[in-house]
Design a protein around this ligand. Sequence first.
Ligand SMILES: Nc1ncnc2c1ncn2[C@@H]1O[C@H](COP(=O)(O)OP(=O)(O)OP(=O)(O)O)[C@@H](O)[C@H]1O
Ligand SMILES: Nc1ncnc2c1ncn2[C@@H]1O[C@H](COP(=O)(O)OP(=O)(O)OP(=O)(O)O)[C@@H](O)[C@H]1O
Ligand SMILES: [Mg+2]
Ligand SMILES: [Mg+2]
Lengths: 223, 223
Amino acid sequence: GILLKNVQKVYKSGDVEVQALKNVSLTLPEGTISVILGPSGSGKSTLLNVIGGIDRANGGEVHIFDQAIHEFNDDQLTEYRRKYVGFIFQSYNLIPTLTVYENVEVGAEISESPLPIDEVLKGVGMYDKKDKFPQQLSGGEQQRVAIARALVKNPRLLLCDEPTGALDEETGKTILRLLQDVHRQFGTTILIITHNQGISAMAHWVVKMKSGELVECAKNEHP
Amino acid sequence: GILLKNVQKVYKSGDVEVQALKNVSLTLPEGTISVILGPSGSGKSTLLNVIGGIDRANGGEVHIFDQAIHEFNDDQLTEYRRKYVGFIFQSYNLIPTLTVYENVEVGAEISESPLPIDEVLKGVGMYDKKDKFPQQLSGGEQQRVAIARALVKNPRLLLCDEPTGALDEETGKTILRLLQDVHRQFGTTILIITHNQGISAMAHWVVKMKSGELVECAKNEHP
Ligand SMILES: Nc1ncnc2c1ncn2[C@@H]1O[C@H](COP(=O)(O)OP(=O)(O)OP(=O)(O)O)[C@@H](O)[C@H]1O
Ligand SMILES: Nc1ncnc2c1ncn2[C@@H]1O[C@H](COP(=O)(O)OP(=O)(O)OP(=O)(O)O)[C@@H](O)[C@H]1O
Ligand SMILES: [Mg+2]
Ligand SMILES: [Mg+2]
């Protein structure tokens, strides 16, 4: 599953240092759904980025599915991400020159066992807008395309940074059900940063961050 | 206050037409706090953009503080926005080459009666990071800078597009209290698009959108 030991992450700009992750140790079993909670600026996105191989820790160990990714060079990290990781970014990161369909297709092309693109688009309610471009979409529509792109890849590890932040309650519930379906069908390991109570309620594990520190990692009493 | 009559807004791309606003009529008194609710893609941001003079309606009338802004040319709209409107964008729209402090200062410079920049930065909890750049901030930190920039302008009309979307519950409540303080102190007219129950509860008026139509505009029974 996921194993972090004494992970440090420091951001330096000039002589200012931000300790984004301070001595974080964490164990999460494969095939579970975990939520990551904590105040704004507490290190949640940084933690997810390190687990997803998008960012490197400055210290400590990061083992994902028995791979010691803290020792990987750039090419190895790129291969690790391609092979294992689906990422839903807090700021979507859609490609402005590609349509909705093409943005999701990118997720399918780098996968060894992708889901059907049309199916996933229908699942997030964006099939009717598949030929539109990101700047022609509402905030929540852009978020749903980012979700579709990660889902279609059908990754072993799905990392979701506030996947329902821009969505109303009903649409948020639809996305929640999609994540649960994927988990049930494929045994996907899912990590979700969220402020959404509904998502927290369905998680198997709850991880709490505060000022760069892990303050709790506990089984969810009320899943 | 705010008066809309039979407002239409159509987005065209090629031969595809999206009716983002269909015959929207709306009256909201000056000096009140209103929430705009509705599913993703229902037209909330478009409505706010038309009220704020950021986008033009294709049909109907838009009267804000007795100004017929649907008749304004570009220069007049720019002056209207400068004079009356503070906007918190759904995607923040911070200037990447300016620091946090400088981004907020932009809001102060175009105002006739700005609030003290340091005070507002402390209010949103971003004073310690005032010399950082947007790409060095977490999602919620960027959102708080966008909020500060609008607040410091001390506008007569404050338009907030999902101002707490990226914030945890505690920080969201802080922002809520700030908005209420501003309203109490200055009689600011505030429109807030949100999925946040706490904000909805404190509004005087509730506006509901569905598929581009206004389906309800009612006094809030439980403010
Ligand atoms: N620039 C644009 N070009 C074409 N269509 C657009 C554009 N902006 C918005 N739309 C469409 O207009 C409709 C309303 O969009 P709007 O952004 O107002 O929705 P919203 O209620 O704010 O949604 P959300 O809650 O997802 O932010 C949507 O169907 C959207 O796809
Ligand atoms: N590229 C960067 N350069 C410098 N500092 C950074 C950078 N990215 C993040 N930080 C800082 O690291 C800390 C943790 O940021 P992170 O994005 O992990 O927080 P978060 O918990 O995801 O917050 P939010 O809920 O607001 O998204 C914050 O104090 C932030 O200012
Ligand atoms: Mg974050
Ligand atoms: Mg919107």
